[in-house]
Design a protein around this ligand. Sequence first.
Ligand code: GUN
Ligand code: ZN
Length: 446
Amino acid sequence: DTTARIAHVFRGTFVHSTSGAAVEILQNCVLGVDDQGKIAFIENDRDEESLSKLWGFGASDIKQLGQHEFLMPGMVDTHIHASQYSYTGTALDLPLLEWLNTYTFPVEAKYKDLEFANNVYTKVVRRTLKNGTTTACYFATIHTDASLLLGELADKFGQRALVGKVCMDCNSAVPQYKESSSECKEETDRFIKELLKKKYPKVKPVVTPRFAPSCSSSLLSELGEIANNNKLHIQSHISENKGEVELVKTLFPGCKSYTDVYLKHKLLTDRTVMAHGCHLTDEELEIFHETGSAISHCPNSNISICSGMLNVRNVLNHKVKLGLGTDVAAGYSPSMLDAMRRTLDTSKALTIQDPQHKTLSFEEVFRLATLGGSEALSLDDQIGNFVVGKDFDALRVNVCVPEGPIDLFPGEGPKVILEKFINLGDDRNITEVYVAGRQVVPFPDT
Ligand code: GUN
Ligand code: ZN
C-alpha cells in the first residue's frame, strides 16, 4: 500500500542500533519518510529509481547528506526534572537527601506561579531539543496546572514527551511543598484526564510518585492502581544513595528491599522506569527483569552529588531494560551526549576498581541513548532506530561545522566519525532535528 505520500527523502549515511548490532552504519542508502511521519523505506541507493517510481518522488526532492554528515535516531532522555532546569550547573555540594531539602523543594515550590513555570519549561524544552533529545521523560512538580503547561510546551515545540505531575505527601522539609494523599490522588486523576483530553499526539502522562521516602504506603498503592487501571507509564527513583536506601528500610520495615516497596505497591510494570538503581542487589535486579521494569542510568547526577556508580554491565547481564538520563539538575548537563560520556567514564572507573569488569564501548552507549532509551520507556515499537513503520525521530549530524568542536583527519571513516561525535560533539553539530517527521530544529522562529 503506497497511498501515503512521501514527505522527506534523505540520501547518504545512516547510523543506528538494531536488535543484533549496537551500531549499524548504512552507507549509500536512501531513507523515505511518509506524510504521517513514519519511515516508509530505507534501501540501498541502487534501488532509488524503482523507489522513486513506487513512491512518487523526484530527484529534486532528495536531501543529500554531505561527506561529513549522517542521520542518527533522536536521543531519549529517560529521566529529567524540567522543574530543576533553572539551577542546572549549580548546587552540587550536598548529598541527595540534604540536596532535596536545601535546593530542590524550595525551587519546585515556585511552580505554583505559571509565569515562572512558563519561562523555565520553555527553556528546558528548547534546550533539550537543540541538543538532540527527541523524547524526554519529565518530572514536573506537584502543581497540576504547571505540569499541564509543560505538556503543552512539549507539544508546541514538537518534542515527544512523557510528563509527570509529581506526587509527594510526606517528609518534605518545605511545609508548603507537599500535598495530602487525597489531593495527590485527585490531582493525579485531573492531570491525566486533562492531558489526555488535549489529544497531543506525542505527549503522554506518566504516574509519578517522587520516591518511596516522599510517599505514604496508601499513596503508593493508589498511584499503582491509577497506573494499572489506565495502562499508564510509571516513573520514580530507587536506590540512588546509601542514606536513602537506609531511610527506606526504616520507613517500610515490612518490605524486604527498596525494590520490594515498589513491587508490593504494584508500581513495577513493563511501563515503569526507575531512576538510578546504583545500590540494587542482584536479587532486586532479578525482580526488575521479571516485571519488565526499566532503569534510567543518570551518571552525571550520580557523580555530581556523590550518590554511587551503577554497574551498567551487571544490569544488562540481568537482562533489565536500561536507558540513559540527564537527571537535570542533580546532573549538571541537559545533553544526552554528556550522559553517554559519563556512562563511559563511570564504566571505566569500575574497570579501574576491578580489572575483570568489562568496560562499555562507545557503540554500546550509543545504543543505550537511542534504542535502549526507547525500550526503557516501552516506546521501541514506535521509535529508537530506523525501521520501516517506526516514527522518524532523527538527528542530522554534521561533524564538520565551521568553528565546530571536531577536527577530522584523512582516512577517518564513519565509525571514527561517530566516535568523535559522541566524545567531542555538541549542539552545533546537530543541524536538524526531526520528531515524527516534523522538523523541530532549527526552531521555526530563528
Ligand atoms: N529522589 C527524589 N527526588 C529526587 C530528585 O529530584 N532528584 C534526584 N536526583 N533524586 C531524587
Ligand atoms: Zn531524578
